[in-house]
Write a new protein. Structure first.
Length: 150
């Protein structure tokens, strides 16, 4: 299995589609007694943040893998230490004043968490830290309700 195929499989499994295809949907949770990973959740959300790293056709420009990992270690993991996922993605972005989109190396950060004001603030802090660090205009955020089981 190639690296690309493994990344696609992980993305499918994380999205829930892969679990359905493999007959895993509805399986009983395997963790018990772990407050950070409850057997049944209510009021949880799935947030995906999209970070631009630099031009797709010039990997030497923009944010390096080491700098990305440093950002994760410093800004993301302390706010969400119980777990997260990162997927390499290709992105396009058309900024103000441009007539065509830029092609961008990107990372998609996936975090599932209880939907509280404190956790929403943590997500906004991560986005603000990235924009301050890189000068980017935005970090796309997509949040939706999530039925989570561990």
């Amino acid at each position: 299995m190639t690296k690309t195929m493994r990344v696609m499989l992980v993305a499918l499994l994380l999205s829930g589609v892969g679990g359905s295809l493999l007959g895993l949907r509805g399986q009983s949770p395997t963790l018990a007694g772990d407050a950070a990973h409850p057997a049944k959740t209510e009021g949880w959300v799935d947030t995906r943040l999209y970070f631009g790293l630099g031009p797709a056709d010039m990997p030497e420009k923009g944010v390096s893998e080491a700098a990305w990992r440093e950002f994760l270690d410093k800004e993301v993991t302390p706010r969400f230490p119980d777990g997260l996922s990162v997927v390499d993605v290709y992105g396009q972005w058309q900024s103000k004043g441009r007539t065509s989109p830029s092609h961008i190396r990107s990372k998609m950060l996936i975090i599932d968490y209880p939907d509280t004001a404190q956790n929403r603030a943590k997500v906004d802090e991560i986005r603000a830290a990235w924009k301050k660090r890189t000068g980017d205009q935005s970090v796309l955020k997509v949040t939706q309700p999530a039925d989570v089981s561990f």
